[in-house]
Design a protein around this ligand. Structure first.
Ligand code: CMP
Length: 140
């Protein structure tokens, strides 16, 4: 399987509860390498741009206000099949449906406050990585 990169966000519900290290351990234990990482506090406008694909959804205002409510940790994960692997490690979007041992099953509070975001495909991953990181910040 090809080496891929994917964009991950540790969301405000998790940074507030000081879970960054425990979540990062899940990625590393699954064989994903954190090749770039920074803690940022998104403006509402930045959150709206990042989640623009969801603009028409009923939860858009709630989602973007939440993402701008506290710092997040944005990171690039690299590894074999990293996009699908990260989605496996995260678990289902709604923690009520997430499998045992996944990040969302163990840490998420609700479908909105679900602790982590991960890119859903190769094109999305490239766009989302470029939203947060310059090429100079991706050292492998
Ligand atoms: P994420 O993977 O970051 O992508 C879009 C996010 O929208 C998703 O995780 C959820 O946190 C959020 N989301 C999806 N459905 C709902 C919902 N019904 N109510 C609030 N937030 C939602």
């Amino acid at each position: 399987m090809a080496i891929e990169r994917t964009l991950s966000i540790i969301k405000p519900d998790a940074t507030r509860r000081n879970l960054t290290g425990r979540i990062n351990a899940r990625f590393e234990e699954a064989g994903l390498r954190i090749i770039a990482q920074k803690r940022v506090w998104l403006t509402l406008g930045q959150a709206q741009t990042f989640y623009g694909v969801h603009r028409a959804r009923p939860f858009f205002a709630e989602l973007t206000a939440f993402m701008a409510s506290a710092p997040v940790v944005v990171q690039v994960l690299e590894g074999e099949g990293a996009i699908a692997k990260n989605r496996d490690v995260m678990g289902a979007t709604n923690p009520a449906n997430a499998a045992p041992g996944t990040i969302r099953k163990d840490f998420a509070l609700s479908v909105g406050e679900n602790s982590v975001h991960g890119s859903d495909g190769p094109e999305t991953a490239a766009d989302e990585i470029a939203f947060f990181f310059s090429g100079l910040e991706l050292v492998g």
